[in-house]
Design a protein around this ligand. Sequence first.
Ligand code: SF4
Length: 262
Amino acid sequence: MVADAEHRIAATLIDRGSFLLSRPFEPIQFTGDPEADALLNNLSQYPHAFVTACVMHRQVRAESAWIIPYKIAQRRGSFEFSLLSTLGLKDVLDLMAGPPPLHRFPETMAKNLHSALARIAGEYHGNASEIWAECPSSATIVRRFLEFDGVGPKIATMAANFLVRDFKIAVSDKVSIEISPDVHVRRVFTRLGLISEGASNEVLIYRAREMHPLYPGILDPASWEIGRSWCAPQRPDCEECYMARFCPTAPTKEAARRGDSE
Ligand code: SF4
């Protein structure tokens, strides 16, 4: 792809992304269960719910991980940190083991959860929101999540992305807010000619960094929206898509007319 075309694609995605991200906060539908989502969205009262749910993201569907704090609250009658911090490892293991178990790997995740609660108590004075308090850099937030047992770069950057992009947490820079390699974003990047068919997630991530080094994640919302609204896996609606004028995959008007008449 020629640099000029790439530049215009990047500028359009960034403009639209800026608009989408400037909208006021709306509660996030993490699980589809209103009560579980209310707990996770309540960052001021239960910041440890969001943090511990992130720790649970390991080889299970996202919804199954997000709902674990709510299920623990149901089993213990509360998700107050003052109560959770009194639990020993055996208590946490019993909670995770069920029946039914709350996670595919109840023993490992019980250890990670117990250790996360101890880290929040010790490092953050029992208030998990200290992880993102006082306008830290985006890298600081990612690094602080990486320090929790069982959390790798993918989950740490996911957590930072939610905090900055969705919860509108103030940060001093957005360099470490990455694009999320979701299925819609991958398809749109491929069809726009920004990555090759079958490119790895790393290629996608570095492509976004190349296009906007100071805030790679800004390319995410517009790409996701295009993927959900027009760029369907089968029969993309290129006539309605605002990227059609730049997109190498979109049929030209003449080709579209020929297709219509065939
Ligand atoms: S113009 Fe068509 S192929 Fe290109 S991004 Fe839009 S919907 Fe997808």
